[in-house]
Design a protein around this ligand. Structure first.
Ligand code: ATP
Length: 447
């Protein structure tokens, strides 16, 4: 983590591919720069109509994995603002949560020390200051008086809310060790060098699970959770060759970690962490016991904690990059391949923001439009569905491919006679006729 930096392959200049993905994301309503009408705001982003659907799908897939597929995990939703004492106990107010920063004496740009190669400013070649520690926590003030007693922090990680509620969870449920607590929520870090689109931002969402266990079982559970987390990404379509688990050496580990693996994805800008699995030992419970005076022991010992810590936004970027593909000359092979490259977003069906598009073959035939709208009404209560009548049918298929829509349902003249529709599969482009009264059932099986 932050205390022990490692060389990064990141740069703030996005690669061509990242530029294309970012521009698709904006054009199609996945991600907008925050406060854009005022020129944007320091690496903050807003999730648009499709983005919010896809992000919710990612969070739901994670939540279901933890609280339904796995055993003995319950949920929690703690407040973002917590007593500043929490951050004393966790080590975040001391050097444990600080990056080393250098500043250019000429252009005054700031950089993380570990991202600089050589001793000169990478922007203008100026002389750099000596490194100094920079705490990443965002300060805020509670109440109407701005003084030290009212200072609080926006949480830099969600897990502390779980540790301070350890007793509450135990007392309010029938859980016994080992058990886990899962939480999804916002976290904030005043990152020195945010960048690469939504890879590193100052406001982000984490999906964290804390597994409380006996010290002697910690190694076993560490391996178990590492495997489970790798599987989760693979099951949601992440390409195997672009995913790896990197054992983090002692000198690079977070201040609390006895063992750490970073799950990394091969982005266009290099291999980068998308999730950390940590054996936090008894660091958290023993420190909170010390600072709060509470007895956090369980049957006479402090449980060890295995943590799986993923980012919802980073996962979003991972799934988006993983799904993005361009087909040179267009996808349709029946016409001459003279078209420009077409974009296909091969998102996993669980994550695709739109599952079905309903398309009347042409829009100037009122009976077709009427029927298509009826089919749209039928489907939209079951699936995330879009209705589109603008432009040629080929164009509309391409628009849907670009956002990863799983199926297109086309209403044509035969529909009016035979009460069936054409169902087009995004990935194979195969088309089959399905009776309207079988459509919901058939799609439920596929999706
Ligand atoms: P990094 O080395 O990238 O700064 P970290 O090791 O500090 O990350 P952790 O504290 O282990 O990260 O956080 C766990 C997860 O939270 C990360 O794997 C990532 O998915 C997410 N995360 C952390 N910081 C950010 C950020 N600034 N923007 C987006 N996601 C983040």
């Amino acid at each position: 983590m932050i205390q022990f930096p490692r060389p990064r392959e990141l740069s703030n200049n996005m690669t061509d591919l990242m530029q294309k993905i970012a521009s698709l994301a904006k054009r199609r309503g996945f991600i907008f720069p925050s406060s854009e009408i005022y020129g944007g705001f320091g690496s903050c982003y807003d999730f648009g109509p499709l983005g919010v659907e896809m992000k919710n799908n990612i969070k739901k897939a994670w939540w279901d994995e933890m609280t339904k597929t796995q055993k003995d995990i319950v949920g929690l939703d703690a407040a973002i603002l917590m007593s500043p004492k929490v951050w004393q106990a966790s080590g975040h107010l001391s050097a444990g949560f600080a990056d080393e920063l250098v500043e250019c004496k000429k252009c005054h740009k700031r950089f993380k020390k570990d991202e600089i190669k050589g001793s000169k400013c990478p922007e203008c070649g100026g002389v750099l200051t000596k490194p100094r520690k920079f705490n990443l926590m965002m300060k805020t003030f509670i109440g109407s008086v701005e003084n030290e007693t009212s200072t609080s922090y926006l949480r830099p990680e969600t897990c502390q809310g779980i540790y301070v509620n350890f007793e509450n969870v135990l007392n309010s449920t029938r859980l016994k060790i080992p058990f886990g607590v899962a939480q999804i929520g916002k976290a904030f870090r005043n990152e020195i060098t945010p960048g690469n689109f939504i890879y590193r931002t100052r406001e982000f969402e984490q999906m964290e699970m804390q597994w409380f266990c006996q010290p002697k079982t910690a190694d076993k559970f560490f391996d178990f959770w590492k495997k489970q987390r790798m599987k989760w990404y693979l099951n949601l379509g992440i390409k195997k060759e672009n995913l790896r688990a990197r054992e983090v050496p002692v000198k690079e580990r977070a201040h609390y970690a006895r063992r750490q693996i970073d799950i990394e994805y091969k982005f266009p800008f290099g291999w980068q962490e998308i999730e950390g699995v940590h054996n936090r030992g008894d660091y958290d419970l023993s420190n909170h016991a010390k600072y709060s005076g509470q007895d956090f022991k369980y049957e006479g010992y402090f449980p060890y904690i295995i943590e799986t810590s993923a980012g919802a936004d980073r996962s979003f970027l991972t799934f988006l990059v993983n799904a993005y593909s361009e087909v040179k000359g267009g996808r349709t092979k029946t016409t001459e391949a003279t078209k420009e490259a077409e974009v296909l977003l091969k998102l996993h069906k669980t994550l695709a923001p739109v599952k079905i598009a309903v398309l009347p073959l042409v829009k100037n035939k009122p009976q077709l439009v009427k029927k298509a709208k009826e089919v749209y009404q039928l489907l939209k209560t079951h699936f995330s569905t879009q209705y589109d009548e603008v432009g040629s049918i080929g164009r509309r298929y391409r628009r849907q491919d670009e956002i990863g829509t799983m199926y297109a349902v086309t209403i044509d003249f035969d529909t009016l006679k035979k009460k069936d529709v054409t169902l087009r599969n995004r990935d194979t482009m195969k088309q089959e006729r399905i009776k309207i009264d079988k459509l919901v059932e058939c799609l439920k099986k596929q999706l």
